[in-house]
Ligand binder design. Sequence first.
Ligand code: NAD
Length: 454
Amino acid sequence: MSTTTSHALASINPSTNETVGVVPVTPVEDIPQIVARAADAQAKWRRFSPEQRADVLRPAGQALQDRSEELGTLLTKEQGKPLAEGIGEVNGCGARLSDEVDEIAQAIQPVTLEGDGVTSTVRYDPLGVCAAITPWNFPILMPHWMVLPALVTGNTVVLKPSEQTPLIAQAYADVLNAFLPPDVLQVIHGEDEQGKALVDADVQLIAFTGSKAVGQKIMAAAASGLKRLILELGSKDPLIVLEGADLDEAAQFAARNSFRNCGQVCVSTERIYVQDSVKETFLNKLIEHTKGYCVGDGMDECSTLGPMIHTQQKSHVVAQIADATRAGAKLIFNGKSDDGAFLSPTILDGVTHDMDIMRTETFGPVACVAGVANADEAVHLANESEYGLGAVVFGEPSEAARVASQLTAGMIGVNRGIGGAPGTPWVGARHSGIGFHGGPMGHRQFCQVRVISQ
Ligand code: NAD
């Protein structure tokens, strides 16, 4: 949890409650000037070709990998996840960076179309200054997903990272800034006041990843200036387990995807619908996989699950569990609240859509299981949500694919997680977002499309 005064933002280790470090809070009145500097820098940055911009950024990939242990340690101390995952997040961004900048440069090559005696060129030009506002759950990956396409497409960026993880976001920007011209990437620190001031400043695009509630506020604030928006929001992802499924694999996936990062993943499994005929076997296997987790400080070698980001987030999850058990759900594994921000992985059986835990995003280490009579009931319940980021179906392959085609989420995995092939976008349906991350469709959102015909 962070603590803020008007001048300083202290980042607190959720495992130990110790201060990891402090950053200065950006005065709200300075933000228009910061954005004006970004606009001046953009006038020069846009003159580089996409390939030149990619080449400027390319060495940052190796620099991130060279410092992955140091930065991964900082990430774990600030956010809590196990050290191997912290280092993995830094390394993953570094290792992919070179291919990513090439993919972005390629996606925005002009396209020429001819017909009816007209030759038209479709151009992908920069928009100007991009505001990037990011959450804490993947505190390097989330800025990385926005900052790279914004920069390679010729925009300059003002990044406002989560107040929970300012240090690692600043460290990431510092790595890139060792190679970038001045003011092409700037960072501001603070809470919602700084985020609001950035949205209100003279930015042309707001790329936001975070909660639905904040996404709605940003959309409303952006309306008067008709600012471009990319919104990647929360979810309540379902997992369907049909009777033809490999139950071992389904249970292993259910445990991993419910508990990874302490359930603080936008595509965490938050609802599990299992066909009644296989439910008991599935639950026994899920319990076995859940027993394997070791909850503790991410810096301890044995920890496979760290703490939640802060005690308020834990209280929200504990309250949802209590509400569900009061309404008749059965606590079949653990549910121990533990000390501080730690919360052991928990399995609930017999949950229903009357319970808040099946409707509102939990963002905690809870697997919620409901029995269903057949695939149709599973589809009906899975689609009964305001959200629609990811969904997963385990079953006999052709039946699972048939069921998948009826689900309304943006990304659907059949006998696997939702991660798509290279080049496919990350996309949410309904209240899970507007727009994409990644892939050519995602990269082009950072551009003004222009058609020149002669
Ligand atoms: P949050 O919405 O509370 O905060 C996100 C960012 O918005 C922070 O930097 C915060 O300071 C800033 N902010 C707060 N109020 C603002 C305002 N009025 N104007 C402008 N900025 C403002 O989210 P969080 O708690 O940091 O992150 C968790 C949420 O993020 C979950 O809902 C999760 O599902 C979502 N998420 C979604 C994706 C995705 O790809 N769809 C990925 C990661 C996380």
